[in-house]
Design a protein. Structure first.
Length: 239
């Protein structure tokens, strides 16, 4: 295993603890300009997410209304009643983004797919980087606000649903994730910097509880605005 990735895993609870984890439950709020641009403002203002750690599956309880839930898997998204009765679903959901422009309106299933795979990725990182077919390489460090952050360039296989094939993760001296760069395919591949702060420990694993995403300028530095996405978790637990 890459030496930097090994130290990062240790800082986030250790590989063995991640292998033992079955679900992560996070409650909070997801906002930012993106949702209003896509006609879905407030859809996740109250977010209640349960992630399966060992496979790509996520459920948003209360998605779009009381008694409903949003189910994400790579090949299907659905809004269901809690008894499993399907209200609406979409197969091959990534294909539904083809041909969209930067302000093309989304329906609720577009929002569910994007938020579903993104939150699954975020909550399972750095364990995500150990999955079969993922290639990691340490690249030159980055100076951010007088801190030297070590960086991993990560290449993802087609078997994992994520923002883009190549992404870069930045870690501070304590081995904690501070920044994550990507150009999300479903958003037109515009480069973005995703910052992570306010880390907490839950059942032995470590998670950032405040995240925000902004555009990247031509010199590689993050623009101060607009804030495209915010994620704030008030509670995280692991089972």
């Amino acid at each position: 295993m890459n030496a930097l990735l090994e130290s990062i895993l240790d800082a986030h609870g250790g590989l063995q603890r991640w292998k033992e984890a079955q679900t992560i439950h996070a409650e909070g709020s997801i906002g930012g300009m993106l949702w209003s641009l896509r006609g879905q403002e407030g859809i996740l203002a109250t977010a209640d997410a349960t992630v399966d750690v060992q496979e790509q599956r996520l459920v948003f309880d209360g998605f779009t209304g009381p008694g409903l839930r949003g189910l994400y898997t790579p090949d299907r998204v659905a809004i269901e009643r809690r008894d499993g009765d399907v209200v609406v679903e979409r197969r091959a959901p990534r294909a539904a983004f083809e041909g969209q422009g930067p302000e093309t309106p989304w329906d609720e299933l577009h929002a569910l797919y994007f938020a579903g795979y993104a939150v699954w990725n975020y909550l399972t990182t750095p364990y995500l980087l150990t999955r079969p077919g993922v290639v990691v390489e340490e690249v030159e460090p980055w100076l951010e606000a007088d801190e030297d952050w070590r960086r991993l360039r990560v290449t993802f296989p087609q078997t994992l649903t994520t923002h883009a094939t190549e992404q870069v993760f930045y870690y501070n001296a304590a081995g904690l994730l501070r920044r994550h760069d990507y150009a999300a395919d479903v958003l037109g591949s515009t480069p973005a910097a995703h910052f992570s702060e306010q880390h907490v420990r839950a059942s032995g694993l470590v998670f950032p509880t405040h995240r925000f995403v902004v555009p990247i300028e031509e010199d590689g530095h993050a623009a101060p605005e607009p804030v495209l996405i915010t994620i704030d978790w008030a509670d995280i637990s692991v089972a």
